[in-house]
Design a protein around this ligand. Structure first.
Ligand code: SF4
Length: 339
């Protein structure tokens, strides 16, 4: 039974709060681009795909006048003068081309670290290498990266079994890149299998898994051992958030759960808790972390124990066309995920 329902003093619980957690520089920039576009051009601003995989953020932007679409053809004729923002995950080359053919003003919010992976894939191709993309099929970032190159020159590899079964000549010139939000450990295993099979395999010129993914996984790995429960704030379609749940389980959390809001915590099934881990995927705003800590305070005597493994200072500037737009303190709080 949860402590708040008993008449005795609330049960003490320690929350190991991971840092870094939550918004990364790419997500912050993408949200900022939509907010700035709304200020500069007024509503509606169209956004192709969820700008970041988080319902709270998407609904907040919808309230401000953003309209989410999956394909450019969904922009109505009478709104062809409205701007369209491409999401942080990146888009295939065909998408800006289509925007140009429709005469749409587009703002590309692709994270610069995703663009860097696109460039590495192109570089392999230019050097005559077939490209192996390590990632999850169907994820928008993978669709965007594959769509940088002609059909047939990229092979997707999702796991070690697929790496062992890649059906290409063993002496073929090959280069690999990865999705930015993968498990660092799983990816190392996949690369090992590929390197053993393909002696000519070349790595990308720079690490594809991004700093934010690596740092959030490292903080979870540090905080998880011995926890009775590990909560990761994030959406089920958020790749980096799902990886954090796996990292927590492997690092020794008795149970790890992905939740979007405090209301999803299954209080009656939690059992005895003494230590909890708490983190958030790169697309989850800080306000949900506050909401979850407050929800625990309603049930337990909470002590928050920060687990700090890195301090991040990355900041990606928005495109020049939006730099003259001023943001209020309330706009900035939304962009930073604190309201
Ligand atoms: S998780 Fe990494 S690649 Fe994705 S938006 Fe954030 S910084 Fe960019």
């Amino acid at each position: 039974m949860i402590a708040a329902m008993s008449e005795t003093a609330p049960t003490p619980v320690t929350i190991r709060l991971c840092q870094p957690r939550g918004f990364c520089a790419g997500v912050d920039r993408a949200i900022q681009i939509v907010v700035l576009a709304l200020k500069k051009y007024g509503a509606p601003v169209y956004v192709r795909h969820e700008i970041v995989h988080n319902r709270y953020v998407v609904e907040g932007l919808r309230d401000k006048g953003a309209v989410f679409i999956e394909e450019l053809g969904e922009v109505p004729e009478e709104h062809r003068d409205r701007p369209v923002v491409f999401s942080a995950h990146g888009v295939p080359k065909s998408v800006p081309k289509e925007a140009e053919s429709l005469n749409l003003l587009y703002l590309d919010a692709t994270c610069p670290l995703v663009s860097k992976v696109h460039k590495q894939a192109l570089r392999h191709h230019r050097r005559g290498r077939h490209v192996l993309l390590i990632g999850h099929g169907g994820h928008p970032e993978v669709i965007g990266t594959m769509g940088q190159l002609p059909d047939g020159v990229v092979t997707l590899v999702e796991n070690e079994e697929q790496a062992a079964g890649v059906d290409l000549p063993l002496d073929l010139a090959l280069g690999y890149v990865t999705q930015t939000t993968l498990s660092v450990d799983d990816t190392a295993g996949i690369i090992r299998v590929l390197e053993e099979r393909f002696p000519l395999l070349e790595p990308p010129a720079a690490e594809s898994i991004c700093y934010a993914t690596t740092n959030r996984q490292e903080a979870v790995r540090e905080a998880a051992p011995g926890t009775d429960l590990f909560l990761v704030v994030g959406a089920s379609n958020s790749s980096n958030s799902r990886r954090l749940v796996e990292v927590a389980e492997r690092a020794g959390a008795k149970r790890a759960l992905l939740v979007q809001r405090a209301g999803e915590i299954p209080w009656n099934e939690l059992g005895r808790l003494a230590t909890i881990g708490l983190s958030a995927g790169a697309s989850a705003p800080e306000i949900i972390i506050d909401e979850i800590i407050e929800a625990f305070r309603a049930h337990y005597a909470v002590t928050v124990d920060p687990v700090v493994t890195a301090v991040e200072a990355e900041d990606f500037p928005v495109m020049r066309t939006l730099r003259d737009v001023e943001l209020t303190a309330a706009d900035m709080a939304f962009v930073n995920g604190t309201i």
